[in-house]
Design a protein around this ligand. Structure first.
Ligand SMILES: [Zn+2]
Length: 111
């Protein structure tokens, strides 16, 4: 028998590094939005809330809180209370969901 040894198909590096999570499903469209709630700046999913929430509406924030909005959370009302602090749990969740790098203020790297 003079059979030739079948050559293995060498799978060379194929395609390079894996691309990050699916992009382009909603190109150039934000998936989340900031919403002032309970004195802080929380983030909500635009999939769950395609329309801006209104006072007395209950929202589920990215950080897992369920907050009922008040007129103090909307700058269009005289009861509006400015100077909100950012909810970093929402910020981190937002970045995780959208594949963004962590906020520089959270990494604490001093390099
Ligand atoms: Zn939050």
């Amino acid at each position: 028998m003079t059979g030739e040894a079948s050559t293995c198909i060498s799978s060379a590096s194929f395609g390079g590094p894996s691309t990050p999570a699916s992009t382009g499903r909603f190109p150039m469209i934000n998936l989340h939005a900031w919403q002032e709630a309970a004195g802080r700046l929380h983030a909500i999913s635009l999939v769950d809330y395609p329309l801006p929430p209104r006072p007395d509406e209950t929202i589920d924030t990215l950080c897992g809180q369920r907050i009922t909005l008040t007129r103090a959370d909307f700058r269009v009302f005289p009861e509006y209370q400015p100077h909100k602090t950012t909810c970093w749990s929402c910020d981190g969740e937002w970045r995780r969901l959208e594949g963004l790098p962590p906020h520089p203020a959270l990494t604490g790297s001093t390099s």
